[in-house]
Design a binder for this molecule. Structure first.
Ligand code: FE
Ligand code: FE
Ligand code: MG
Length: 165
């Protein structure tokens, strides 16, 4: 990034880059957890759940792309190995070992709740000090809030007994 562009960032740059790289790790792991979850899903509402997980995978992948651009723009280096992702993640990787759709939804809802906290913290950190990162985190946060809502709505549908007669 240009020198002036970096100069206007009013927070500790190393600390910010650390936070952005941690979120970047979360996004890759969320991407993979959704992507592989969609492949292995079995059980109730499998088609609907798999479709939603695929959509979310794509959006997490986009988030990773948005973060890496900002990291580089700020003069940082993105995490470059899968080991780094596993070490730096805030939200962890919850392998879909039980491929039941109910379990997959529960796992990914927890992941979204963690993501919501991560972006809220980034926004608190840069508020009034780095409007570009603030705006970026807000846009991602909007997606994460939607993700949580979408998964919880499917889970609710799944719990609703089928009306017969
Ligand atoms: Fe995301
Ligand atoms: Fe998400
Ligand atoms: Mg969705």
């Amino acid at each position: 990034m240009g020198t002036k562009g970096r100069e206007i960032v009013g927070v500790d740059l190393d600390q910010l880059l650390k936070m952005l790289n941690k979120a970047y790790a979360d996004e890759w792991l969320a991407y993979y957890q959704y992507w592989v979850g969609a492949k292995v899903a079995v059980g109730r509402m499998r088609g609907i759940v798999a479709g939603e997980l695929e959509e979310h995978a794509e959006e997490e992948f986009k988030h990773a792309g948005i973060l890496v651009e900002r990291i580089i723009q700020l003069g940082g280096t993105p995490l470059i190995s899968p080991e780094d992702l596993m070490r730096e993640t805030n939200c962890g990787y919850d392998a879909p070992r039980d491929p039941n759709t109910y379990k997959l939804l529960e796992q990914n809802i927890s992941g979204e709740q963690c993501a919501i906290e991560v972006y809220t913290k980034i926004m608190d950190f840069v508020k009034d000090k780095d409007p570009i990162t603030y705006h970026m985190a807000l846009e991602i946060l909007e997606d994460e809030v939607k993700h949580e809502e979408d998964l919880q709505a499917i889970l609710e549908d799944m719990k609703t007994p089928v009306q017969r007669g």
